[in-house]
Design a protein around this ligand. Structure first.
Ligand code: ADP
Ligand code: MG
Length: 332
């Protein structure tokens, strides 16, 4: 890119890159890391590579003033979640950032959050781009998996069980609180806000589901919409039960009270949970319970796949809900 003095003379673009992004490759498969025109890596024998990119735009995906350390975590976490959904082990990341200014305290905190999560998963930052502009963080992730083992959205079979990991709806609940649409007790508020701002990508679960799940995806835009994509791609239908969808005590309280409509929208159509939703044959129930126990990740069977098309959501009494809350769509 053309080298202009974007930033103040004391900290220019290259100063920022050197100070915050450049690192010595700790992974011998990285032949050329940050500093050249492109990174070069050596794929492992017998492995396939998985690629994904996810962008976080200020005002769209996060509120202005969001804690930068949490944002650094989240920018990587949402990409790790896509790797998890494919059953891939994340290996390399590229980070493209537009920043309104060279605020080094902000960058330091952002990279602290990014690096901590990268280290925890053995992910190496191998390149990126840095420019001035409205705040926008875009991470490209590269993962690997044994050839032919990718978990797709297209393999669900009639008769399979439908599962979700963790609890759903807290991220949307936190957003509703931050936007003044609901209120939460202080403890519940900080739990929910952490779920929104620092989601835990289910990487170990994705890997454990290779050869177990028939189809999988991560829940970024809300359960009903995302599961709907999986069903369409698999050419099947499903029935799930609201009464068994796992949620936090705070959300369960609202579901049973006068904020039921908001709670139901959070649970069924809230975005940003980054849990995995997957299908598997009923014969594997014990195996899946063992995976949940060994990884200490709750896995809940929320329904079943059947022939036909579309998703039926039953309320606590078993009655199909006719008007489902809409899933998030940037252009709807
Ligand atoms: P080019 O002009 O070839 O696009 P740049 O000057 O943009 O290269 O970047 C120099 C080096 O720094 C490259 O290796 C690039 O991958 C890396 N880099 C730039 N910005 C970032 C960033 N935000 N995170 C990680 N690496 C970065
Ligand atoms: Mg560049």
């Amino acid at each position: 890119m053309r080298r202009t003095a974007f930033y103040n003379p004391r900290v220019n673009e290259f100063g920022l890159i050197d100070r915050y992004f450049r690192r010595v490759p700790g992974d011998s498969s990285v032949r050329i890391g940050i500093g050249d025109d492109a990174a070069v890596v050596m794929p492992a024998a017998g492995m396939e590579l998985a690629f994904s990119v996810d962008m976080l735009v200020e005002g769209r995906h996060f509120l202005p003033g969001t804690d930068p350390e949490r944002l650094g975590h989240k920018a990587l976490a949402v990409n790790l979640s896509d790797m998890a959904a494919m059953g891939a082990t994340p290996r390399f990341a590229l980070l493209a950032g537009a920043l309104p200014d060279a605020n080094e305290a902000w960058l330091f905190a952002f990279m602290a959050g990014f690096d901590a999560l990268a280290r925890a998963h053995g992910v190496e930052l191998i390149g990126g781009d840095t420019t001035r502009g409205p705040r926008n963080l875009c991470v490209t992730i590269v993962g690997e998996l044994p050839a032919g083992t990718a978990l797709t959205r297209g393999g669900a079979q009639s008769g399979d069980d439908v599962y979700v990991s963790g609890v759903l709806g807290d991220a949307a609940l936190a957003l509703a609180m931050l936007q003044g649409r609901t209120s939460l007790a202080p403890d519940a508020a900080s739990v929910a806000q952490l779920r929104l701002e620092a989601p835990v990508p289910r990487v170990t679960l994705g890997v454990a589901l290779r050869g177990v799940a028939t189809a999988a995806l991560d829940l970024s835009d809300g359960l009903t919409g995302d599961l709907g994509h999986l069903l369409t791609d698999s050419g099947v239908g499903a029935v799930i039960d609201v009464g068994v969808i796992p949620c936090s005590p705070a959300l369960a309280g609202k579901l049973a009270g006068d904020e039921r409509a908001l709670a139901l929208a959070c649970l069924l159509a809230g975005g940003d949970d980054y849990e995995l939703c997957f299908t598997a044959a009923p014969a594997l129930r014990e195996r899946i319970a063992a995976i949940a126990a060994s990884l200490q990740i709750p896995l809940t069977r929320i329904g079943g796949v059947g022939p036909g098309a579309g998703l039926t959501v039953r309320d606590e009494g078993g009655t199909p809900i006719s008007l489902l809350p809409a899933a998030f769509d940037h252009f709807a």
